[in-house]
Design a protein around this ligand. Structure first.
Ligand SMILES: [Zn+2]
Length: 160
């Protein structure tokens, strides 16, 4: 069930993804929200400008692990423009965070790349969040907003 509040956070993720693309990074953005709906942390992909492991999903999970109590983390939600990769799903679970809501799935990204004739440059297998961390409640993709992410990914993938 996706609420108006969820949609606000998801739209912010897409904005952050656009900022990442603009800055020369990959178009992914994430927002960490606590049990009361407060935005605690947001970040974007910095894989080209910082280091290859700088995905926003692991960045917000690490921030939560360092700055929030286990009780607060267990009620927190991470919104993200694209489904967590295996590294980020693992970090989310180890940090003891709760729900994930993503705009577009890893499966969709794979389909978009196939449409464009782009071969994946990912060094790891594409696993769904549930395959890595089966106890995390997950929602997504979000019809309509996923088209905006597709557009950002299309721009990003054109350079390959
Ligand atoms: Zn990741």
């Amino acid at each position: 069930m996706i609420t108006d509040k969820d949609m606000q956070h998801l739209r912010r993720c897409v904005e952050l993804a656009a900022e990442a693309l603009e800055a020369g990074d990959e178009p992914f953005g994430s927002v960490l929200v606590d049990a009361d709906g407060n935005m605690m942390r947001e970040d974007r992909n910095r894989a080209n400008t910082v280091d290859a492991t700088y995905h926003p999903e692991i960045a917000v999970a690490k921030w939560a692990a360092e700055n929030m109590t286990p009780e607060a983390r267990a009620k927190s939600v991470v919104y993200t423009s694209g489904e967590h990769c295996a590294m980020c799903s693992a970090a989310h679970a180890w940090a003891g965070l709760e729900r994930i809501v993503y705009v577009s799935s890893s499966k969709q990204l794979g389909e978009w790349m196939a449409e464009m004739g782009v071969k994946s440059s990912s060094p790891i297998n594409t696993l769904s969040i549930q395959e890595v961390a089966p106890n995390i409640p997950v929602d997504g993709p979000i019809a309509g907003l996923d088209e905006e992410v597709k557009e950002l990914q299309r721009h990003s993938l054109q350079k390959y």
